[in-house]
Ligand binder design. Sequence first.
Ligand SMILES: [Zn+2]
Length: 131
Amino acid sequence: MKITEVRVFRKEDLKNKLRAFVTITFDDVFVIRDIKVIEGSKGVFVAMPSRRLKEPCPKCSHRNEKGSKFCNQCGANIDGVSSRPHFEASGEERENEHKDIAHPITLECREYIQKTVLEAFEKEKSKSLVH
Ligand SMILES: [Zn+2]
């Protein structure tokens, strides 16, 4: 299986740790969207598409996204109910808040995707540096 196309949609907001959304195509026939390039403490890394897990508000039981500061239903402060914001959380904690929708099974495939995506990201980045 080969990645035949990589599209990088950069995010310029440097306050955010999300650097880019990436869409990759396998063998010209299969597309995965919402792959993220995230700036971690040890440099950028690739996060596969995932959905945030939900947890109930202690007051009204409305299910909010994990890591939310306030309940979307009653407005209660639920910061600290779950741990820190997910981008700062370690890999293990991150797993607790997110479920991958699509992800490689083998280390080999993971590295291949990571390498291809980051190369495309760096290329895109260097493009925009030239003014
Ligand atoms: Zn609530």
